[in-house]
Design a protein around this ligand. Structure first.
Ligand code: BGC
Length: 801
């Protein structure tokens, strides 16, 4: 392999090499026909494969969010999920999937919390390891991201994270180290700076990444994270997105002038060629993974979603025993969030909402109960006709002045148009749709977008405004653009011609424009009262609550942990009239649940992917156990959160003063009780753990299913070190095992404790403190009935690695 790489490298002149180290398009690595190197499309993202374009005509399977996947604690499941991701990538001609996101859930307000796996480095590392290995086993590259300490979104391009070497090594770098050991072919360098240097120019790319860890893959910049031509002398290998700006002609000049050594460019090209060989973009095509049928993909996503759901409270109401009358409440029951906002977004061809899933098997009365907030939703495309074709949907015209360049038929009213053809060079985009009102009343009709926007209804221009973005992050601008709307009274069946014209702002990599609407609705009080009334007369009330894309998304952090609108009020009112109230929480990350002790059951579902409804029905009826265990800590209130702040100071620094005490480690240190601890989760049976034995670094536990149903349990092992000479967490996760057993049966959990779990980082490298550690075994960080002393074996005690 090296031979081919070296001989190919030798055949390239400097301009050809420089072309290869920048993308050729927004989501495409450059190729070179002279050496048989194909262009290599890459795609977001961690929970599905969008493909090169953000286009509903090319749909993708939508998987549970990163946190949901980690909540399964299940490497075997992850290896099947990886197979699906690889198959999706191949189906879309994509060579690399930009995920998993393995930054840490340092603060619950972090905007991409839902996309990250866990607050714990070991759980993150284990899930990442399974993800990387399984995707790559099918010849598709994974791309763990974002290296490193990109744990929140506020000022993400400029924030300078101040973090100790020890916290980096033990917490933030560890999942990357394990991903390199898993054989990752690509990593993404983050936007932020760490200890004074932006990550695309940071020494951490050399040590430990490429030196000590021996990473021989490609470091790709996060999109637009390359800040200078001079950065080409450093460890980032590919500048994205393409086409080249800073690393094109100016870099050629810099190398020719001797300001940047050609050897630095050669090293990058060597890595790209090696990568191309691995993914089959040179002469030997990679193996094609077994394609998934739609049914197989849906089955796997449904299984993963159910295994990720965490039942944090249950007074016995679940599983539901054939209820005759169910009140299903909450806007999120009808319009849930399947995925988080931002680059993780994919467009599935079909979705199953809680309303779809539950009404298919139970006698359900549905009332939203609360209005969905101030934001209008994308117009359901079933209500729209494309005037150009007469088909359901709308048409998009790309204009050059007044000349129509291209017209497209589209089937989504939310459009993300990247700066690629046909959008390149256009001066304006026009979206046309004919709305047919399905109910009479006052409709609110509008547009979400930025720039020069006009909205015309039946030929009347009702809006002509230069709409300024609310933030400065391109993702935030495209994903959370301001909305403008007007009210129109429409009779049932009446039609309204809607035309939105928007002039793209040349500086933006993508144009986001959405036709939005709100149907006539009851007043907020009438809607609320109707829901409470439905709950009063039902046998069981199921309230689905959740966050919105305006709250949880890439590009910005949250400002609080509250459920938006009147959702808390609704749950409290429903619980007051129906003691059998089940709350289903559809949020990607922790929310406050002030009513949590007043309801019969609480099921956390995260962003579960396209099969939400069917998986929820499986879990609520007991067809499947709620398999998840918390990969993070859920606070009672935001005021209790020990590590919260994500905003840098005026000097742009953000100090990780808590050091290694992140997540449950910080909670244990603070002594404050959370609402639900790390690792917690109930199934539908009960368990007894006993007979802990330890051989070397392997712990073996017998676990008996003492209930009446078969079940699945995650047995967790934590270490502690009483009287340590070193500052340490009170306890830290050291290993875990998933077991299953039928009612009355026993199973054996075998937990491997990695050497690293016993080590701590010092100025002289990794060390093990001599003497005994204490091992705690149980089912959450707060429920650890079995304890034993364990001594790491002599062969590594005290030895630096
Ligand atoms: C995100 C990355 C993503 C990239 C390409 C960036 O803004 O931080 O995670 O892969 O965009 O969409």
């Amino acid at each position: 392999m090296t031979d081919t790489v070296d001989s190919l490298l030798a055949s390239l002149d400097l301009p050809a090499k420089i072309l290869l180290i920048s993308g050729s398009a927004f989501f495409r690595f450059a190729g070179d026909p002279d050496i048989g190197l194909a262009e290599m499309p890459v795609s977001d993202g961690p929970s599905g494969v969008r493909g090169e374009h953000w286009d509903e005509r090319d749909s993708s399977v939508s998987l549970p969010s990163g946190t949901a996947l980690a909540a399964t604690w299940d490497r075997e499941l992850l290896s099947r999920v990886g197979g699906l991701i690889a198959a999706e990538a191949r189906r879309k001609d994509v060579y690399a999937v930009l995920g998993p996101t393995i930054n840490l859930q340092r603060s619950p307000i972090g905007g991409r919390h839902f996309e990250c796996l866990s607050e714990d480095p070991l759980l993150t590392a284990e899930i990442a390891d399974a993800y990387v290995r399984s995707v790559q086993a099918h010849g598709v590259s994974a791309c763990p991201k974002h290296y490193v300490a990109n744990d929140s979104e506020t000022d993400r391009f400029t924030v300078d994270v101040q973090v100790s070497d020890r916290a980096l090594r033990e917490v933030y770098l560890y999942p990357f180290e394990r991903s390199v050991q898993a054989g990752a072919w690509m990593l993404m360098a983050a936007y932020n700076a760490v200890n004074g240097a932006t990550m695309t120019e940071n020494r951490l790319l050399d040590e430990p990444l490429k030196g000590e860890w021996g990473f021989d893959g490609v470091v790709v910049s996060d999109w637009s994270a390359i800040r200078s031509t001079a950065a080409a002398a450093d460890g980032c290998d590919v500048a994205m997105p393409g086409p080249a700006r800073l690393w094109g002609a100016p870099l050629l000049d810099a190398v020719r002038a001797g300001r940047i050594p050609e050897s630095a460019i050669d090293d990058k090209v060597r890595r790209i060629l090696r990568f191309a060989q691995r993914v089959g973009a040179l002469d030997d095509p990679a193996p094609v993974p077994e394609p998934f049928t739609d049914a197989a993909a849906q089955g796997l996503v449904r299984e993963a979603a159910a295994k990720a759901m965490v039942l944090v409270r249950n007074d016995g109401v679940l599983p539901l025993a054939n209820p005759a009358r169910v009140a299903l409440l909450g806007t999120a029951a009808g319009e849930p969030r399947y995925m988080g906002g931002g680059s993780a977004t994919v467009i599935p061809s079909h979705t199953s909402s809680p309303l779809d899933g539950l009404s298919a098997i139970l006698p359900v009365t549905y009332v939203a109960g609360v209005h969905a907030g101030d934001e209008l939703s994308p117009v359901p495309t079933g209500l729209l006709t494309d005037p150009a074709t007469g088909r359901s949907g709308l048409s998009v015209r790309y204009l050059d002045g007044e000349e129509i360049r291209t017209t497209e038929h589209r089937t989504a009213s939310r459009l993300m148009l990247f700066s690629h053809p046909p959008a390149a060079g256009v001066t304006a985009v026009e979206v046309h749709g004919r709305l047919r009102a399905d109910v009479a009343g006052d409709w609110q009709i509008g547009v979400a977008g930025v720039g020069a926007v006009t909205l015309t209804l039946n030929g009347d221009t009702v809006l002509d405004e230069l709409i300024e973005p609310t933030g400065s992050d391109p993702a935030e601008i495209a994903l959370k653009p301001p909305q403008r709307s007007v009210t129109r009274g429409l009779a049932a069946g009446e039609e309204l011609d809607i035309v939105v014209r928007t002039a793209p702002d040349g500086g933006l990599p993508l144009i986001g424009v959405t036709l939005v609407a709100r149907r006539p609705q009851r007043t907020a009080d009438e809607e609320f009262a109707a829901a409470v009334e439905a709950a009063r007369t039902a046998e069981v009330a199921i309230v689905v609550v959740g966050t919105t894309e305006q709250i949880e998304s890439e590009g910005f952090d949250r400002t609080d942990l509250r459920l938006p609108g009147r959702q808390d009020e609704l749950v409290a009112a429903v619980a007051a009239v129906n003691p059998r109230t089940v709350v289903v929480v559809n949020s990607g990350s922790p929310v406050e649940m002030p009513w949590r002790d007043d309801v019969a059951a609480i099921l956390l579902t995260w962003f579960p992917g396209q099969e939400f409804g069917s998986a929820l029905a499986d879990v609520l009826t007991g067809l499947t156990e709620p398999g998840g265990r918390l990969p993070n800590t859920w606070p009672v209130t935001i005021a209790d959160v020990p590590v919260l702040r994500t905003a840098p100071g005026a000097d742009q620094t953000l100090a990780y003063d808590e050091g290694i005490h992140v997540g449950y480690r910080a909670w244990l240190k603070s002594g404050v009780e959370p609402a639900y601890p790390f690792g917690h989760g109930l199934g539908y049976t009960s368990w007894q753990l006993r007979d802990l034995s330890i051989a070397g670094r392997t712990a073996v536990v017998r676990i008996r299913n003492t209930g009446r149903r078969s079940g699945r349990q995650v047995v967790q092992a934590y270490l502690s070190r009483p009287d340590s000479a070193v500052d340490r967490p009170v306890r830290w996760l050291a290993g875990f095992a998933v077991v299953e057993a039928d009612a009355g049966e026993s199973a054996t959990a075998v937990i491997e404790l990695p050497q690293r779990a016993f080590e701590h980082w010092t100025d002289d490298g990794w060390r093990v403190e001599p003497g005994a550690f204490r091992l705690h075994i149980g089912t959450s960080v707060a429920d650890l009935p079995l304890v034993a002393d364990v001594r790491p074996s002599a062969e590594f005690a005290g030895v630096a690695r």
